[in-house]
Write a protein that binds this ligand. Structure first.
Ligand code: FMN
Length: 355
């Protein structure tokens, strides 16, 4: 299904090269004055063509709000937002009808929907469907902001080139503000040129690279969430895996926690100004599926873009023969920078569902 959530529920619709894409968001609180500049800023951070590392395909990504908002203020009724597809070149996708791109959802979509799926531009599987997710996520962020919760992310790595990590116990508001403005968010901006050079090298070789996005949420009160199947980790990772190209999610120290002893991985408690805090945060602000009150720290692994223009082996589903494929069209050699605001948005939607 393309719907997610129960307290705030999003339903995403559309195909990359159809008339429009969009989202219906049910459960947004009434009386929220929407900050449209913030919505445009975030949609711009995701949009293609804005950053030199992104695809040249330029689309306005203009959100058209059809319901649930009156005079700029939410009414509490479902919000429907539509984004027209204005810049599509479907001829680039002609041969994908029968020759699935390795690494994309062409083959699985074809099997699952008996060949009726719209394959143009990836159809409903396209990364473009994350534009309405960012719209919905930004509204959720504005709801969270009223409760003192802030979200930010940075490009933790591209290939083997790493940014500095978040300080897991204290993330400054100034850093959050700075990262929130950027389409290529980095804590240590000194690594930007090296990351960009790697992306450019992939582009020149008709190839692609992946990376990791580290995302945090600060200001959460302790005690939010549930044990077992509706825990914070369960909620967050289930929406994260709805973001195309996400192949892994980890919290706190993540898989590296296995290399520690319990004496190192436990986060000791102490009182500070009458508040219980922990002096480390290897558990990423979550214990037993419930928030500790420390920052939530999570990372999403983004795979290298599937659509590369090198000749690749594939099959022809109509003739049932082995063949090769050369993908045309406009694709990012690296989608990590554009996906950062998508990950932030997904986290915001998950967290609103906790309240
Ligand atoms: C912001 C964003 C942009 C994307 N752009 C592309 C793209 O230009 N070309 C491509 O092959 N995949 C792109 N993807 C990823 C594919 O949509 C995704 O790999 C595909 O649907 C298969 O799903 P999976 O990788 O999650 O298994 C993008 C993903 C995101 C989040």
């Amino acid at each position: 299904m393309s719907s997610w959530g129960n307290r705030v529920k999003i339903s995403i619709f559309g195909e990359s090269h159809g008339a429009a894409i969009g989202v219906v968001i049910d459960g947004v609180e009434p009386g929220l004055e929407l900050d449209m500049d913030d919505i445009y800023l975030n949609m711009g951070r995701r949009a293609p063509g804005k950053d030199p590392a992104a695809t040249p395909r330029r689309e306005a990504d203009k959100p058209n709000i059809l319901s649930g908002v009156l005079n700029g203020v939410t009414t509490g009724a479902p919000i429907c937002c539509m984004i027209e597809n204005t810049n599509t070149r479907s001829q680039d996708y002609g041969n994908l009808m029968t020759k699935p791109r390795p690494g994309h959802a062409d083959y699985t979509g074809y099997i699952r929907y008996h060949g009726f799926n719209d394959i143009r531009g990836g159809g409903h599987f396209s990364g473009r469907l994350t534009a309405p997710l960012v719209f919905a996520g930004t509204i959720c962020r504005q709801q969270l902001k009223k409760r003192g919760v802030a979200i930010a992310s940075h490009i933790s790595s591209v290939g083997e080139i790493y940014d500095a990590p978040f300080n897991p116990v204290k993330i400054d508001d100034e850093l959050i503000q700075r990262l929130n403005q950027k389409s290529f968010p980095l804590i240590n901006e000194g690594v930007e040129s090296e990351m960009r050079a790697l992306i450019e090298d992939a582009r020149m070789n008709r190839d692609s690279v992946g990376g990791i996005i580290e995302c945090c949420a600060t200001g959460l009160e302790p005690g939010l969430g549930n044990p077992m199947f509706e825990g914070v980790e369960s909620l967050v990772s289930s929406i994260m895996f709805g973001v195309p190209a996400v192949k892994g999610v980890e919290f706190g120290t993540g898989f590296n926690i296995t290399k520690m002893r319990g004496s190192q991985s436990n986060d000791p408690y102490r009182y500070e100004n009458g508040k219980v805090i922990t002096s480390s945060n290897n558990n990423g602000g979550i214990l037993g599926g419930i928030t500790t009150g420390m920052p939530i720290i999570m990372r999403a692994a983004i795979k290298p873009t599937a659509s590369i223009s090198q000749v690749q082996n594939t099959v022809d589903l109509s003739t049932k023969e082995n063949t090769t494929l050369e993908v045309h069209g406009r694709h990012d050699p690296c989608i990590v920078s554009r996906a950062s605001v998508v990950i932030e948005s997904a986290l915001a939607i998950a967290l609103v569902n906790l309240y």
